[in-house]
Structures are given as structure tokens and as C-alpha cells.
Design a protein around this ligand. Structure first.
Ligand SMILES: Nc1ccn([C@@H]2O[C@H](COP(=O)(O)OP(=O)(O)OP(=O)(O)O)[C@@H](O)[C@H]2O)c(=O)n1
Ligand SMILES: C[C@](O)(CO)[C@H](O)COP(=O)(O)O
Length: 258
């Protein structure tokens, strides 16, 4: 629905208006094992500021997001609360901090459990994707509000992908069993956007441990829609990703003149 055809908030009946509210859940409870030893990944510095603060700002930059729920490392909720207090964040946005769980799936569920009743749209955004541009966030929200039960931002792949028979011994050559048609493949990012009831049902129904919320909705038999992702929404997973993130941030600061 375009902005012109959507009723303005004051024209909507109260129930509908309340139902358009969007909250962002940020799972930030991971250790970051693949990044190497150190503090939990979300608390590590990027351009001198914790990665989590960048991710929170990226969500709060969208005028569609009025609540951010940060899912903190299990023993780090107090530290995360202090960090949010210490950094400038938009006044129009509310913040909640809850302790996370053993898996990403559990952390997201704990974030969902903390949501007040009047949020009908939920974004789930990795703290490990600190540089997602606001246009990507807005595109995901728009597609959910237009009626999709689940929306993911995604990019076409740069590399050909092979499906293999995994080697019994790591590092040994692996036989290729298929080459999926690259034009039909997409690399999925976050924020992923959901009709809240759908995401809650997915988390209640899917018991095998999956890291991608949208794939849980697929398991319900519902269609997940894809909107264009962004190169700068990459996930900081390994050490080289942190080098790239520092470079992207430095370029932004240069372009912004500070
Ligand atoms: N128990 C967990 C595990 C992961 N996450 C979050 O899920 C997001 C995506 O996970 P990933 O990048 O894989 O982070 P880690 O699990 O920390 O990474 P690793 O597998 O390298 O330890 C991150 O923001 C991470 O903090 C979480 O909230 N709770
Ligand atoms: C949700 C996600 O970021 C989509 O690409 C991804 O599934 C997270 O996976 P990870 O195993 O936690 O890195």
C-alpha cells in the first residue's frame, strides 16, 4: 500500500492504529566464536562504539519502529542497559533489555515474550548486522504492513554455489552432488519482518534449532516474501568482516563530513 492510499494514523480506528505498531527484537546474546576470543560479539567495538549500539541505532533510525527489545548475553543485561543509557538514541523510541538464551532461536523467543500486546509487526535483527541502512528496514516494514506474513531482505549471490556430500574427515575433498541455478538463489539478511502472531506460532511450533526465523515460518507452510537487501547489511561473523565493517563506517563518516 502506498503512503497516499494508507489511511493516516488519525483516520484509523484505535484498534487498527495500535495494530500498525512495529517493534524490533535484536538478538545480541551470542558469543561470536567465529570472530575469535574476546567479549561477546555484540559488545565489541566498531568505530569505537559497541556493535550493538550501531544495530540499535539502525533500527531506531526507522520512523516505523517505536520499540527496540535488546536480547542481551545471559549475564550481561545490566551492562547492556548501561550502554543504552550512555549512548544517544532517538527519544521517540522505547527500549527494553531482556537476558538471552543458549541458542539464537531461544534468544528471539525470549525477546518475543517481552513484547507488549499492542505490537502487531515484529522485526528480528541480528546485532551482528550493525550497518543495515534505514531504507532496507523501511522496505521490510512496508511489505509486512502490506500483508505479507514474513519478509526477508536478500541479495543475489556473487559466487556459484555447489551442493556437496560432506567429507567424513574435515578438509578432505568433497564430491559435488548438484549445482543449484544461481539466478534463483538469494543470500538472506536481517531485519526480517513478521506479522507477530505468525512469528510467535512459528516459535511455538518449530522445535529443531534453526537460526533463520523466516525458515521457521516456511515450515508452517506460509509464503515468505523477499525484498531487496543491501551490501552493507552483511553479518560480522569472521575477523575479515570486522575489517570490512570498519571500512564501511569510515567511508560513511567521510561522506557525512565528521
Ligand atoms: N544464543 C544466542 C546466539 C546468537 N544470538 C545472536 O544472533 C545473531 C546472529 O548470530 P551469529 O552472528 O551467528 O552470532 P554468534 O552466535 O554470536 O556467532 P558464533 O556462531 O560465531 O558464536 C547475533 O546477533 C547473536 O548475538 C543470540 O542472541 N543468542
Ligand atoms: C538470520 C540470519 O542472519 C540470516 O542470514 C542467519 O540465519 C543467522 O545465522 P547464524 O548461524 O546465527 O550466523
Amino acid at each position: 500500500m502506498s503512503d497516499e492510499s494508507r489511511p493516516s494514523p488519525t483516520e484509523m480506528p484505535p484498534a487498527t492504529r495500535a495494530n500498525t505498531r512495529t517493534a524490533a527484537v535484536i538478538p545480541a546474546a551470542g558469543r561470536g566464536v567465529r570472530l575469535g576470543p574476546g567479549a561477546p560479539k555484540a559488545l565489541r567495538a566498531l568505530g569505537g562504539t559497541p556493535m550493538l549500539i550501531h544495530a540499535v541505532r539502525a533500527m531506531a533510525a526507522s520512523r516505523g519502529v517505536s520499540l527496540v527489545v535488546v536480547v542481551a548475553p545471559p549475564d550481561g543485561a545490566a551492562e547492556v542497559k548501561s550502554l543504552l543509557d550512555a549512548h544517544a538514541l532517538p527519544e521517540r523510541t522505547d527500549f527494553l533489555v531482556v537476558p538471552g538464551g543458549e541458542s539464537r532461536q531461544e534468544s528471539v523467543r525470549l525477546g518475543l515474550d517481552a513484547l507488549p500486546a499492542d505490537y502487531a509487526t515484529v522485526l528480528v535483527h541480528d546485532a551482528a548486522r550493525p550497518l543495515v541502512p534505514v531504507d532496507t528496514v523501511d522496505a521490510v516494514i512496508e511489505a509486512v504492513r502490506d500483508g505479507a506474513p514474513a519478509v526477508v531482505p536478500a541479495l543475489p549471490l556473487a559466487d556459484t554455489v555447489k551442493q556437496v556430500e560432506p567429507a567424513a574427515v574435515p578438509g578432505e575433498p568433497e564430491p559435488v552432488v548438484a549445482t543449484p541455478e544461481r539466478a534463483r538463489l538469494r543470500a538472506v539478511q536481517t531485519p526480517q519482518g513478521f506479522d507477530r502472531e505468525t512469528l510467535v506460532r512459528a516459535h511455538e511450533t518449530v522445535t529443531d534449532n534453526v537460526t533463520d526465523d523466516a525458515s521457521m515460518v516456511e515450515q508452517l507452510g506460509l509464503t515468505v516474501m523477499v525484498v531487496p537487501g543491501h551490501e552493507e547489511a552483511f553479518k560480522v561473523t569472521r575477523p575479515l568482516d570486522l575489517v570490512l565493517a570498519e571500512a564501511v563506517l569510515a567511508r560513511r563518516r567521510l561522506n557525512d563530513g565528521f
